[in-house]
Design a protein. Structure first.
Length: 107
């Protein structure tokens, strides 16, 4: 998949374009293949992507020294950090484990 296709699949918006521009295609592919979408907001510090289960965000950007930061978003809207890493694979693996637990608890 080329860069433009990845941007379309992730539903890139125009916010935090510089952060997304420096992201590697492999990181974007992992996000796209895992079903994430761009939910970057102007008041966020950097680009952010929402997990398919809707309760986790992955942040990527200069404000985190190009580290990947993931957090849980509870039903009440509170946010709790779950990882800070330089590996998209590690971040998505942790988020998927948390998503699985969330799905099991909500059943």
């Amino acid at each position: 998949m080329n860069r433009k296709q990845l941007e379309t699949r992730l539903q890139f918006n125009g916010i935090h374009h510089n952060d997304k521009k420096v992201m590697g295609d492999s990181d974007l592919s992992m996000l796209a293949n895992a079903g994430y979408v761009d939910v970057s907001w102007g008041n966020d510090e950097c680009a952010s992507f929402l997990s398919p289960c809707g309760h986790y965000q992955v942040f990527y950007g200069d404000d985190h020294d190009d580290a990947i930061y993931a957090q849980h978003i509870c039903d009440e809207g509170y946010q709790t950090p779950i990882t800070l890493t330089n590996s998209m694979t590690e971040a998505l693996t942790k988020v998927e484990a948390f998503c699985q637990i969330y799905r099991e608890v909500k059943q």
